[in-house]
Design a protein around this ligand. Structure first.
Ligand code: ZN
Length: 152
């Protein structure tokens, strides 16, 4: 009786150990935007499986006032997206999507900032730095064109 309990505990901890090694932790609320990112890529003919990419994502209290999200790169090749929780809680859905997609643009697509703008001053890409070089215009009407640009 005692031994079988011990084996079960050992077996379970081995399982948990495996899960930690293989799957990066993505906060469930952010995970839904990860899925949406994969889906939008797929409709554009780009196959993405983020679960195999060693990108974790979580909420944090980011000190810098001007940083709402960040993609950290680590020496072991893993990456981590941090989203400022206070900022997040005040966003509408489409703005949340924008923020997670922007960070995945850094973390997964390897894109850097693009502050180019159209003749009317709108940002050409959701990869703009948010420092006012162009006007953010991501909304339900422009979303498709921005996502075309992102995955192109
Ligand atoms: Zn950025």
């Amino acid at each position: 009786m005692k031994y079988s309990t011990l084996y079960i505990i050992l077996f379970l901890s081995a399982l948990i150990g495996c899960a930690e090694d293989n799957a990066p932790t993505v906060n469930p609320e952010l995970a839904s935007y990860f899925s949406l990112f994969e889906e939008e890529a797929r409709t554009r003919g780009v196959e993405i499986d983020l679960t195999s990419q060693n990108i974790s994502a979580t909420f944090s209290d980011i000190e810098s006032e001007h940083t709402q999200g960040v993609c950290n790169h680590y020496s072991d090749g893993s990456k981590q997206i941090l989203i400022d929780i206070t900022y997040w809680n005040n966003l509408r859905d489409i703005q949340k999507e924008f923020l997670v997609f922007h960070e995945l643009g850094h973390c997964y697509l390897g894109r850097s900032h693009d502050n180019t703008r159209s003749a009317s001053g709108d940002c050409n890409s959701i990869m703009h730095s948010g420092e006012g070089f162009c006007r953010d215009n991501y909304n339900p009407r422009t979303r498709d064109a921005y996502l075309d640009e992102l995955f192109d």
